[in-house]
Design a protein around this ligand. Structure first.
Ligand code: HMG
Ligand code: MG
Length: 301
């Protein structure tokens, strides 16, 4: 039995655009968020309050948050790696924050310049302050299925970080395949470890599609009941600290799969294709999403 409903967390404006070489105008980011919410998305990761020296594309975080016309029922989230980022984010009134750690020591050092243990110690006051302010806290575990620097990442390491996040009060855990190397059995092992510490409704999958495995991996998650996924419109993105990693699995591709399975998402596929085409045009290239390309080609005939 597969779930009857899936929640899509749209991460294109953040995970997607953080990796662009060319500058993306704030107004285009804002317009993208508007189009995504009009397509039915109720969870949107908008930006991150990280160091602008590390990720220049997210330097306009406060402007993007200020520019958004908020739609009732939509949860707007932002990444906050430390208290400095959280304090800066507070003025933007996010509904949710994301602390992001890793199951690999090497990636933790490269991405956030500290060890896993140090990251948890940094996150703890952020989580406490967010919960005190009534802001939900999501945790991301990067490199849960493989690391660009370390290679193999054992499920024990994934579980260790999940447990540490749970102990400091993180309310939702996202298992992330940062470089898209995972295959179903590894996905199942990692997700099962997360499910030892979090209920089904608070575990999500975050798959980059570098090796073309993301849809298969999502199907594997559905079979074990996981029903929340991060996706990126048009297939935008990557991580600046994971060289060669492509974008997240495309929102359009996932919605097409779920529509075919009769699983409700509340999303309008045509409007998503339009949103993806909008931002891809601004970036000067066609959408990476297979379904978007197919539907745009069909429209053109
Ligand atoms: P650091 O250099 O160790 O930080 O960076 P620091 O505390 O030593 O401070 C150094 C300078 O940065 C200081 O400024 C701070 O004020 C400033 P200076 O005195 O030199 O002028 N600073 C900040 N500025 C703005 N906002 C902040 C902030 N913190 C310090 N929050 C830090 C540590 C974590 C800040 C840095 O490593 C960083 O920003 N990393 C972010 C990397 C990133 O955003 N990666 C991509 C997102 S994660 C991802 O994509 C994975 C995910 O999608 C899941 C998956 O796929 O795996 C979530
Ligand atoms: Mg990512």
């Amino acid at each position: 039995m597969l779930p009857s409903h899936v929640t899509i967390v749209e991460v294109g404006p953040r995970d997607g655009l953080q990796n662009e070489k060319q500058p993306v105008a704030t107004e285009h980011k804002v317009e993208l968020v508007h189009r995504l919410q009009a397509a039915g998305l109720r969870e949107i990761e908008v930006t991150s309050f990280v160091s602008p020296k590390w990720v220049p594309q997210m330097a306009d975080n406060a402007q993007v948050m200020a520019g958004i016309r908020r739609s009732p029922g939509v949860r707007y989230s932002v990444l906050t790696p430390n208290l400095k980022g959280f304090e800066a984010a507070l003025a933007s009134r996010p509904d949710e924050i994301v602390v992001f750690g890793a199951a690999s020591e090497a990636f933790s050092q490269r991405n956030i310049n500290c060890s896993i243990a140090e990251s948890i110690a940094r996150f703890a006051p952020v989580v406490a302050a967010a919960r005190e302010a009534g802001i939900k806290v999501r945790g991301a575990v990067s490199c849960a299925l493989g690391c660009p620097y370390q290679g193999e990442v054992p499920a024990d390491e994934v579980e260790r970080v999940v447990r540490l996040m749970q102990e400091i009060g993180v309310q939702h855990i996202g298992i992330a395949d940062t470089i898209g190397v995972g295959t179903p059995r590894k996905v199942q092992a990692a997700l099962e470890r997360a499910l030892k510490h979090y209920p089904l409704a608070e575990v999500s999958g975050h798959f980059h599609d570098t090796y073309g495995q993301a849809l298969t991996n999502i199907y594997t998650c559905l079979e074990i009941g996981v029903h929340t996924f991060d996706t990126s419109v048009a297939g935008l993105g990557g991580c600046p600290y994971a060289k060669g990693a492509t974008g997240n699995v495309a929102t359009e591709d996932v919605v097409y799969l779920l529509n075919g399975l009769g699983i409700d998402t509340g999303l309008d596929l045509d409007a998503l294709v339009d949103a993806g085409a909008f931002i891809s045009e601004r970036l000067g290239r066609p959408p990476i999403a297979r379904v978007a390309r197919a539907l745009l080609a069909k429209r053109a005939t």
